[in-house]
Design a protein around this ligand. Sequence first.
Ligand SMILES: [Mn+2]
Length: 162
Amino acid sequence: MPIFVIHKHKARNLHYDFRLEKDNVLKSWAVPKEPPRSTNVKRLAVMVDDHALEYANFSGIIPKGNYWAGKVEIWDKGTYEEIEWGSKKIIVDLKGKKLNGIYCLIHFKPKEKNWLFLRRNNYLICFKNCFRGNVFTTSFSSAHPRRACAIPSSKNGKFVLL
Ligand SMILES: [Mn+2]
């Protein structure tokens, strides 16, 4: 399984670098506040340059004089399962020590590097074609175990994954 890592980076401004292994690099976002552990917190996540895979294990001091000077430590690390990876939305199931569960990155301003990073216990998704009434009718259930637990939401016609 691919890995993820979150570096706590005490540069000029403390931030958290969230990195996902993808296509042999670390896709990276800088999160200005501590990453969310509960579902009621949304964080801004600014996409930054890809990092080399080897950087996942880095911790230490980036020397003064460098723009990113400061202390880097590994705040969390683990593996993840990709549920969806699109240009506007990335959904992963993180298996870390601090972050565990389904997380979404939503690219809410396509021309900018700003994404939202949030946790979802109940991942809202439109699986309308997959349901007849309350009965789950497709083979989605075998594609991802969590999808077997999807139920229609009465609020907005979307479906809730438990
Ligand atoms: Mn950083």
